[in-house]
Design a protein around this ligand. Structure first.
Ligand code: SUD
Ligand code: ADP
Length: 312
């Protein structure tokens, strides 16, 4: 018997990078939101020992470097159990796309394995496991809209907002996250804290003005747009666009198709555009597809829906 878990993607609404820290990571600020695109992770448990990963995509490692492998090993350790664990990943999201696919897979593994073992970890134990594997796993422990601080692993869930239509475009090029951080260091090291301070200020203003803690009616639908319109841009664009010019062109194409806000997600290579309606997003995706780009219309995924639809 297997448990099938939907492993969702994220996008970053703004991302600011601070200086490199003593531990090699960078302080950062970002607003994450889960989106409705997902892949499937299935988890099976048998008598015995060992963790086996299966995935048809050759770009995904099936050894102990796979995020699902790491997650399964840490869950078994935390629970003090021995078991044979079989994990299959049905890959649907881009690899090195800035959509957090590998991170989402690891969190899906934690929840799937808990269910298969009939045991529950505490929220603190889950967060500790997530942090050991990477910087942007913790957002998937909440879903919906979350503020990311620290190296990205400190997450602050915000009240759920209604979903907003968007189009994602992933060009056939991957961007390595550590390489993008290194490029940022050589470009703007001393500026780091300035961009972070600006982000803090913009988000604070938005939180105070928006009434996010006390949502009501139609106003909530424009809150995400209000947020991106504060000017919370993605610092990675400054290093990734000059390196891979086609990404800037894709952002411009999204804007030409009517996106209210377009940006690189994380370190890329995915670009997304936010749209006022699903119909506008679908039309834009069709037009971008016919111009030769790989575009998909989807929407942001509120927390409530994330949890409701996690298990297939
Ligand atoms: C940049 C972001 C933004 O959401 O997303 P992606 O574009 O990868 O999706 C994330 O911070 C990515 O998180 P994640 O993919 O878990 O990265 P990690 O495995 O923790 O780190 C990979 C490498 O990136 C660098 N790194 C990562 C995070 C951070 N705050 N500072 C860093 O310098 C380090 O060199 C680290 O060794
Ligand atoms: N479960 C996994 N799925 C996909 N990639 C994985 C996985 N585990 C480890 N990796 C490695 O992590 C790298 C980046 O992961 P991915 O989530 O696709 O990118 P990003 O961090 O840009 O969103 C991949 O190049 C791959 O080698």
């Amino acid at each position: 018997m297997s448990t099938f878990v939907r492993s969702y993607a994220k996008i970053n609404l703004g991302l600011r990078i601070g200086p490199r820290r003593a531990d090699g990571f960078h302080d950062l600020r970002t607003m994450y939101t889960t989106i409705a695109l997902h892949e499937l992770v299935s988890v099976e448990v048998e008598d015995g020992d060992g963790i086996e990963i299966r995935c048809d995509d050759p770009r995904v490692p099936c050894d102990s470097t796979n995020t699902c492998h790491k997650a399964a090993a840490l869950v078994l350790e935390a629970l003090g159990l021995r078991s044979k664990v079989l994990i299959s990943i049905e890959k649907r999201l881009p690899v090195q796309g800035g959509l957090g696919a590998a991170s989402g897979n690891a969190i899906a593994t934690i929840f799937g394995l808990e269910r298969m073992l009939g045991k529950e970890l505490s929220a603190k134990e889950r967060a500790e496991i997530a942090e050991k594997i990477g910087s942007d796993l913790n957002l998937f422990l909440y879903g919906g809209l979350t503020l990311g601080t620290g190296r990205g692993e400190e997450v602050w869930p915000l009240p759920d907002l209604p979903s907003l239509p968007l189009v994602i475009v992933t060009p056939e090029v991957g961007v390595s996250t550590p390489v993008a951080f290194k490029a940022w260091d050589s470009l703007t090291h001393p500026e780091g804290s300035v961009t972070i301070n600006e982000f803090n200020h913009l988000v604070y203003e938005w939180l105070s003005a928006s009434g996010v803690p006390a949502l009501s009616g139609d106003r909530a639908e424009t809150l995400l747009l209000d947020l991106v319109r504060t000017g919370i841009s993605n610092d990675f664009e400054r290093v990734v666009f000059p390196e891979i010019p086609v990404l800037r062109e894709v952002k411009c194409a999204l804007e030409r198709e009517g996106a209210l806000y377009a940006s690189l997600s994380g370190s890329g290579s995915t670009l997304y555009g936010l749209f006022r309606s699903s119909a506008e997003a679908s039309t834009a995706a069709e037009r971008l597809n016919s111009s030769g780009l790989k575009a998909t219309a989807t929407q942001t995924l509120p927390r409530e829906q994330y949890w409701r639809e996690m298990f297939q």
